[in-house]
Design a binder for this molecule. Structure first.
Ligand SMILES: Cc1cc2nc3c(=O)[nH]c(=O)nc-3n(C[C@H](O)[C@H](O)[C@H](O)COP(=O)(O)OP(=O)(O)OC[C@H]3O[C@@H](n4cnc5c(N)ncnc54)[C@H](O)[C@@H]3O)c2cc1C
Length: 294
């Protein structure tokens, strides 16, 4: 709807005799991606800063099937009927270690890359004439060896960031097999990516504002054999527990949303099946749920 915006993405110049491809563009939300998180959380009971520390199966005959120990500033325990484990794979592996070791083991085999983004704001009148900023960004292949992996010229790319006073750019650093990020503090990181930016596009202006955001271990590296490992893991999960997220079904928000819907459907089917198998021992679930979080 109105809250969606399309980013600018210059189409390549058509080659003579070749039909031009339709112009492509990126899509986001005019108020930022936080809008998606807010919409997903709307109407749910969400506890933040509340890491699950353990998941155990309840005693046979117990009202609920699983027992969760939740840590953080307000530790508590929860008894629940079903679980969608949407944590990173290494966390899921730890939580499933005793409950489902054959499911946990394949989940430990996915490497993860740490990345950082650095958002910079330049006084617009100082950088506006820079030819590179007519494009929407640069991508740097790993063969170049630079710390800078990509630069997105936000003000050119997104209409909502076309600000009269400021020009915004976002730099990305860190990729699979490159451990340099962890050894740099924010100032060193900034100095290195600014140097790369000078080399690649000739920008030698000091930014007026900087925000460094680190994403440790955020990018699962789905290598050859990954789908088979996930099939093995899922086959070993107990009924009433599913896994979903970028560690399992593909990095990228579209993949995560599709996989999450599938995981929820699977869980509901399993719960219905379990209820059919043992109808008499289970009280009405809706009445018994208490403070079960969404
Ligand atoms: C810098 C960056 C840029 C990206 N850009 C794009 C993009 O432009 N387009 C795109 O499609 N994708 C992009 N991605 C990828 C996309 O953001 C991710 O793949 C996606 O958000 C992963 O979602 P997820 O729910 O699987 O994992 P996460 O969002 O990592 O969620 C996992 C959650 O589990 C929680 N958790 C961890 N341990 C516990 C515990 N013990 N108990 C309870 N909770 C726990 C964490 O706090 C976290 O909230 C980007 C990723 C990064 C890092």
């Amino acid at each position: 709807g109105r809250s969606l915006v399309r980013g600018r993405r210059p189409s390549p110049r058509p080659k003579p005799g070749v039909a031009a491809a339709p112009p492509m563009s990126f899509v986001s939300w005019s108020a930022g991606l936080q809008r998606v998180v807010d919409a997903l959380a709307d109407g749910l009971d969400v506890a933040t800063n509340a890491p699950v520390e353990s998941v155990t199966a309840a005693e046979p005959g117990a009202v609920h099937r699983y027992h969760l120990v939740v840590g953080g500033p307000t530790p508590r325990t929860l008894d629940v009927d079903g679980i969608v484990l949407a944590t990173p794979g290494d966390v899921a592996a730890r939580l499933l270690r005793h409950l489902a070791p054959a499911a946990a083991s394949p989940l430990t085999q996915t490497d993860r890359a740490s990345v950082a983004t650095i958002v910079l704001a330049y006084p617009r009148r100082v950088v506006d004439a820079l030819p590179a900023f007519r494009g929407t960004g640069v991508l740097v292949p790993s063969s170049v060896g630079s710390l800078l992996k990509a630069a997105t010229f936000l003000t050119t790319k997104w209409p909502q960031l076309d600000h009269p006073e400021w020009y915004f750019a976002r730099l990305s650093a860190g990729r699979a097999g490159d451990a340099r990020l962890a050894g740099l503090d924010d100032d060193e990181l900034l100095a290195r990516v600014r140097r790369d930016l000078r080399t690649f596009i000739g920008l030698d202006v000091a930014p007026r504002h900087v925000h460094v955001q680190r994403w440790p271990d955020a990018m699962p590296q789905l290598t050859v054999g990954h789908p088979d490992r996930m099939t093995t893991a899922r086959a070993a999960l107990p009924a009433g527990l599913t896994i979903t997220g970028s560690s399992y079904d593909g990095v990228g928000i579209a993949s995560c949303l599709t996989a999450a819907a599938r995981a929820a459907d699977t869980l509901l089917d399993q719960l219905a099946e379990l209820d059919r198998a043992i109808p008499s021992t289970r009280p009405d679930r809706t009445a018994a749920q208490g403070d079960t979080p969404a």
